[in-house]
Design a protein around this ligand. Structure first.
Ligand code: GUN
Length: 282
């Protein structure tokens, strides 16, 4: 069994991005990301702080917009409109979840698709479906990058994704399909889940429940990707029972240190892509 080391892969992606940002800078082109946070959610605050730090490390300009919990959809739309028209900002990310009083769908739709580094806008979602895309949501993009880094073949493989969210499950399934995987997407209504997951050569779990994936759900030699970020007694753990599943898997991502570090690296890469596209650079 091999551990898929998200820290190493993310460091490689960040280093490559840093070099490209430097090259653009030498041509007088900057890369800028605006991050919007509404309210005081502690986990979101940590994510946003980490994004800012990654930008600084890579030479990407970062702007933070902190709005109070009481902000209205209209106020948020006004800010997005300003950022859509601001030349120095190439990427806009509005941290989710948003407070209940804000209409999330309207906000996502308002971000210019060219600056939508999360790839949440329907236009970018549609482009992923077709297979003609510039941006991919950061978590599935990070998983694809890890599989590539470890030379894990996808073509012809049985791939099972547990979870069908718009942020992870659905785009993940689509990306594996584009790489010629035979993909099944499972969810809370799936019957005999273990029967399906046991067939997977590549198993991705994005459920959000600690110890959800047990050894008897996994095929011998499977590649197991754990997207879970669960807190158990204050400790961060994934969806997968690591001790027992790692004995069967050929490759496995740990939590922490697996998928997590990849997401920010891919956000940086998407922001670089946004700047290149907006400045007509291939
Ligand atoms: N909240 C949790 N994950 C994400 C993400 O990838 N993007 C945004 N905008 N918010 C999130």
């Amino acid at each position: 069994m091999k551990i898929i080391d998200g820290k190493s892969v993310s460091a490689a992606v960040k280093e490559e991005t840093k070099q490209e940002v430097k090259e653009l800078k030498s041509k007088g082109i900057s890369v800028g990301l605006a991050v919007i946070l509404v309210g005081e959610d502690p986990a979101s605050k940590i994510y946003v702080a980490n994004k800012k730090k990654a930008c600084e490390d890579l030479g990407i300009i970062s702007e933070e917009y902190l709005l109070p919990e009481t902000a209205t959809t209209k106020e948020l739309l006004e800010l997005i409109d300003v950022l859509n028209n601001e030349k120095s900002i190439n990427g806009i990310l509005c941290q989710l979840p948003l407070p209940n009083n804000i209409d999330e769908k309207t906000v996502i739709n308002a971000i210019s698709p060219e600056k939508d580094v999360d790839a949440f806008h329907p236009s970018n979602v549609g482009r992923i479906m077709i297979g003609d895309y510039d941006f991919v949501p950061c978590t599935p993009a990070g998983i694809m990058e890890m599989l590539k880094y470890y030379n894990i073949e996808i073509s012809g493989k049985t791939c099972v994704v547990i979870g069908r969210s718009n942020i992870v499950g659905k785009p993940m399934s689509m990306l594996l399909l584009h790489q010629n995987g035979t993909v099944t997407t499972c969810h809370s209504r799936t019957k005999d889940l273990a029967e399906v997951t046991k067939k997977a050569d590549i198993l991705v779990s994005a459920v959000g429940k600690a110890n959800f994936v047990k050894a008897d759900m996994v095929k011998d030699g499977a590649v197991v990707i754990d997207v879970g970020m669960n807190r158990e007694n204050g400790k961060l753990c994934g969806d997968v029972c690591f001790e027992e599943v790692s004995e069967k898997a050929s490759y496995i991502t740990p939590v922490p240190g697996g998928v997590g570090p990849m997401t920010i690296a891919m956000l940086m890469k998407n922001t670089l892509t946004a700047s290149k596209k907006q400045n007509n650079i291939k």
